[in-house]
Design a protein around this ligand. Structure first.
Ligand code: GDP
Length: 522
């Protein structure tokens, strides 16, 4: 098969949601479709309490699926499906954001009983920033939830994206009858089990369906549907692919209901790998020379070795195990002899891969996040990965001042690797660390001790709201211990506002100071 044909088959996506919306349950259903698991309920158990902070392997073990199945891949209906996990819960970290730089589309799960929640908004903003097409699955229709029209309105208003319901639910919870499939023009009846009945619109007049269509929930949904047909946005695949319209599917991951239709439609519409921007212009995915970039580095995955695995997204050409590539940052030649693919709980060796695929490569301490690896003669680098705003900040010091050399070296390397972010407090130059989630601190502390033999002290300065500032707009008198002025490693000024309220107050008082939110940058 040609490289071009291989690329066309690839569907690489992530599932984003707020914790408990049903990501694990839905993922499991997709793995069933891919025959990767035999029954639902097998990838559970990740939420078995808090991990022990003292033991890295314990962290790994407790995190279960989110580590070993960082990437799940399987053939489906002629396609090669790659699902990237976006760790949530206590694992929410910068890696969760960075994963979104390696996918071609995203499935956003919304809990029908709750609507849009905070983590969904953050992850959505990253997708928006990168123009990633978003497909929405509104989950838990088997429970009494919010009105479907209200949910759509919320998506449009809060996320500022057009919605197009692909199906429309008749009732919810105990009254749930099924959905109108606008795409296939059929009513999909919910029978209270895995079997769904597909009734073409034309057949709904048949006497056997009289009872169904007489029900209030059916009538109401039918009326709403007419309203949507007349006044709602029209479906446009181009608008979807440019990230400005989201197709919305209603269903239930648990019941289960509506999953086959959702997945089939999603897979047929989701984009295959596209050309990717580089310092030498766009690189075509079917370009014969292999290239890719590293979006995540995971330390100590193997208990027997203290090794690291770098996650690489293939962007062009053909990856073959044992091939030699150049690290574009320093033009060094590296042989990729150890490579892994991640499937559910096992890791298989991978022999070849194409654009869209994710491979795990052994990291001899050579890689940084964002690194480009290339095979051809032409040197280029893929565009830099964006910076993501941390939310939790802590002052860091070494417990033992005699160890300041290792301390600095450790911090420098871990920061460079992208494990955590470093800031300098203005004037005092104290070190302040920033992370998206607590887990990053656990890992930082553990690795400082185990890899650099330094015990660190972390002093929480709480959750802050960071905003970047132009250097010529820095007026020190405006900031204090509450709204802290710091610099990042590139020397940019940042204010760590005490909270959203302090930020709004500051904006009101200083309308001329331009504050930059990294999640709003295009
Ligand atoms: P995650 O945190 O997003 O991975 O969510 P999970 O998949 O672990 O689901 C969280 C809880 O919601 C679990 O108790 C699931 O059984 C439940 N759940 C998931 N999908 C549905 C659904 O469609 N209907 C109902 N009633 N519960 C669901």
């Amino acid at each position: 098969m040609s490289i071009q044909d291989e690329v066309k088959k690839r569907k690489t996506f992530a599932i984003i949601s707020h914790p408990d919306a049903g990501k694990t349950t839905l993922t499991e259903r997709l793995l069933l479709f891919g025959n990767l698991i035999q029954s639902a309920g097998t990838v559970k158990g990740k939420k078995s309490g808090k991990f022990a902070t003292s033991d890295w392997m314990e962290i790994e073990k407790q995190r279960g699926i989110s580590v070993t199945s960082s990437v799940m891949n399987f053939p489906y209906d002629g396609y090669q499906v790659n699902i990237l996990d976006t760790p949530g819960h206590e694992d929410f970290s910068e890696d969760t954001y960075r994963t979104l730089t390696a996918v071609d589309s995203v499935v956003m799960i919304i809990d029908a009983t709750k609507g849009i929640e905070s983590q969904t908004i953050k992850l959505f903003k990253v997708c928006r920033m990168r123009g990633i097409p978003i497909f929405t699955f509104i989950n838990k229709l088997d429970r009494e939830g919010r009105e479907p029209l209200e949910l759509l309105e919320e998506i449009e208003q809060v996320l500022d994206i057009e919605t197009y319901p692909m199906n429309w639910p008749a009732g919810m919870g105990k009254r749930f009858l099924g959905t109108f499939d606008r795409h296939e023009k059929q009513f999909v009846q919910y029978n209270g089990n895995e079997e769904e009945t597909y009734i073409p619109y034309n057949n709904l007049d048949n006497p056997e369906y009289q009872e169904l269509i007489a029900q209030e929930a059916f009538q109401l949904a039918n009326d709403e549907l007419s309203l949507l047909d007349e006044a709602g946005d029209k479906f446009s695949l181009n608008t979807v692919l440019s990230g400005k319209q989201t197709p919305v599917f209603f269903g239930s991951a648990l019941a289960p209901f509506g999953l086959q239709t959702f997945f089939d439609t999603f897979i047929s519409m989701a984009p295959a790998p596209a050309p990717r921007k580089s310092t030498e212009g766009a690189i075509q995915p079917d370009n014969p020379d292999f290239s890719g970039f590293i979006f995540k580095i995971q330390a100590n995955m193997n208990p027997a070795h203290r090794d690291r695995v770098a996650f690489l997204r293939v962007c062009s050409g053909k990856f073959e195990r044992g091939m030699s590539v150049k690290l574009a940052r320093n033009n060094k030649l590296i042989k990729l002899s150890q490579s892994q693919q991640f499937v559910a709980s096992s890791r298989d060796t991978i022999e070849e891969a194409y654009a869209g695929d994710i491979i795990g490569i052994y990291d001899p301490n050579a890689y940084q996040i964002g690194d480009t690896l290339i095979e051809g003669k032409d040197l280029f680098e893929y565009e830099e990965l964006p910076k993501f705003p941390p939310e939790i900040f802590k002052k860091v010091t070494a417990k033992n001042v005699m160890k300041s050399k290792q301390y600095r070296k450790g911090i420098e390397q871990l920061v460079q690797e992208g494990a955590i972010q470093l800031y300098y407090q203005h004037r005092t130059d104290s070190f302040i660390l920033g992370a998206v989630g607590e887990l990053q601190y656990e890992v930082f502390k553990y690795r400082m001790k185990n890899e650099y033999n330094v015990e660190v002290l972390l002093e929480s300065i709480g959750e802050k709201v960071p905003r970047w500032l132009q250097a010529d707009q820095v007026d020190e008198s405006l900031f204090d211990e509450q709204n802290l002025l710091v610099r990042d490693r590139e020397g940019n000024y940042i204010v760590l506002f005490r909270n959203e309220f302090a930020l709004r107050w500051f904006k009101d008082k200083n309308p001329n100071v331009e504050l930059i939110d990294l999640l709003e940058v295009n």
